[in-house]
Design a protein around this ligand. Sequence first.
Ligand SMILES: *[C@@H]1O[C@H](CO)[C@@H](O)[C@H](O)[C@H]1NC(C)=O
Length: 173
Amino acid sequence: MARFSILLFTFLCAFVAATPVWPAFFRFPGTRAQTKPIAGNSPFQTCDAEEQQLLDVKLVNLLPNPPVRGENITISAAGFVKDTIEEGAYVDVEVRLGYIKLLTQTYNLCEELENNDVGGLKCPIKAGDYIIEKTVEIPKEVPPGKYSVVARAYTDDDDEITCLSGDIYFPTY
Ligand SMILES: *[C@@H]1O[C@H](CO)[C@@H](O)[C@H](O)[C@H]1NC(C)=O
């Protein structure tokens, strides 16, 4: 699962931004997040679409899509960062396998970017357009099934950077 979450990161880290929106406490955890499609060929969409977000994710491509266990996957993404992302930004990641919650974890966005070399991105990330590409290997050991992933990134001040969600299905063969 560690590798899988690194993959997520990589993906998320593609997108980063910072500008004030609604503070986290204005969100209603019980309400279903509104989603919006992302251009490109991937199982991901933007969630919390009703919120103002600091990162505008313009395009995401996975190659291959869907991903295959034991093979490499290349993620490419384009996005526009509206304001500088500083140290202290974080990502809440939740992964479910069917109805089972496999992982709920908070990661330091800037640290993960540096540790995983995501297109050389480094905090502070200035406003502007970004394009990134990253290849990672999906371990053969990942159990087959339908994984639902939600990743929400926030600035140090709890302003939403982006929300991404998607279902990834690994068949048994
Ligand atoms: C994935 O890519 C890396 C680096 O390009 C390569 O060394 C590795 O053999 C590839 N793995 C697979 C399963 O193709």
